[in-house]
Design a protein around this ligand. Sequence first.
Ligand code: HEM
Length: 483
Amino acid sequence: RKNPTPECKKQLPPGPPTLVFLAKFLALRRSIFDLGPLLRELHARHGPVISVRLFRTLVFVADRGLAHRVLVQGGATFADRPPLFDPGRLFTAGSRDISSSPYGPYWRLVRRNLAAEALHPARLSLYAPARRAAGDALVADLLLLRARGGGGDGVLVRPAFRRALFELLVRMSLGATLGAEVLDEVQDIQMKILRSITSFPIFSFLPALTKRLFRKRWEAYVAVRRRQEEIFLPLIDARRRGGGGGDDGLPCYADSVLALRVAEEGGRPLTDAEVVTLCSEFLSAGTDTTVTLLEWIMAELVNHPDVQARVYEEVRSKKAELDDGDIQEARYLKAVVLEGLRLHPPAHFVLPHGVRGDDAEIAGYAVPRGAEVNFLLGGFGLDETAWTAPLEFRPERFLDGGEGCDVDITGSREIKMMPFGAGRRMCPGHTLGMLQVEFFVGSLVRQLEWLPVMEGEAVDMTEQLDFTTVMKYPLRARIVPRN
Ligand code: HEM
């Protein structure tokens, strides 16, 4: 089954009958991201590439070598995205963000703008003071939580992490520092959008009918989008009027988006709906991924005081306030973050890839136009043929002489782990994601000691699939200010 013979070339990859899959899938009910265990079971039975016919043909690839062949060596064949269903279309103004746009000139324009313009290292370093302020505010926030009674059961860190990172991303995206109430509302809106896109695609079945049958649900989505525009558009207009550069004089993502011109469409600027969509994507793509990774790493540091002590030794010798240069030099800290990404990649799937052309194939199996291809990257970093003791947290493997010391996070040579995807659709925010997590881990360890709630007790590292793969039992830790 794993190596199709020539006669079965051009067949679809093997897989379960639709009804069997649908019954199991519907039993999960919550979200497509609950699929992990079901897919692992199917791969064990059918091999590394499987397919199932649902609302479209879904193909799943669970092998890192194949992922390299398909995503990197395969060029643009699988660089498309399958068309979105509602409410995804509603929230992206008809696929006008980077992640859902079809492979083509518009995607190239907006992607290059994010990767090469808005997230250029020189731009990122302008935000170093904002990062430092966010790091200090986070430590103050955690200590306040501790003083308010979090001491006994330890401090529940996720809401504070999420707020700090979200506030920073809002500033980078829209160039605004929002009041607490609006900030909470925007956070809630972004959460609703993510949940809607990752929940069961009810409107993919006979949309005209299902939108009537589930009218309340559809109207609620429309109201969320309207409210998002009501909040974002005045902020975007302010940037437009100010010609870029707000009170703090820093350029933001919205400025770069407002400056874009779509050459293929007569050199027009982006519409308001497109600008809102792109700024919204910046927040959604950058928040959960980063918060989840930060939480996993801090949990590992609670469980591994020796690693935490080594990070502390490294960052304490830097200047009083960590700057981006200190972070660049902190090699052990970087190894800790890479090990976190290997063992706990926040996304266990890449976003679904679409197919270009009519003769695409994976491992000899046909992949028809209109199919969507998913990669189960969660297991790649745990492959025993690439990593020794893969379930253990050992940052040293990323230092000189270690098996991961020359790991290529972009996967261009080989894929040993793939936390940001690989190939043309690889995450364009990976430098920002890494920088922010390195910075926050460094600051949190520099200013606080992280201890288990009960001495000698290990943090429970059970996973739970949500939009990202989060800690099932959110981290609670005892935090003690360092002198
Ligand atoms: C630790 C942090 C992050 C992780 C683990 C992560 C992971 C990923 C993954 C796995 C993909 C899918 C790649 C594919 O479909 O092949 C992706 C795509 C994407 N990410 Fe990230 N990401 C992170 C941070 C960010 C940040 C900070 C931003 C921007 C502010 C960002 C923006 C995007 C965008 C726009 C895409 C779609 C790319 C495209 O379709 O061309 N990500 N990311």
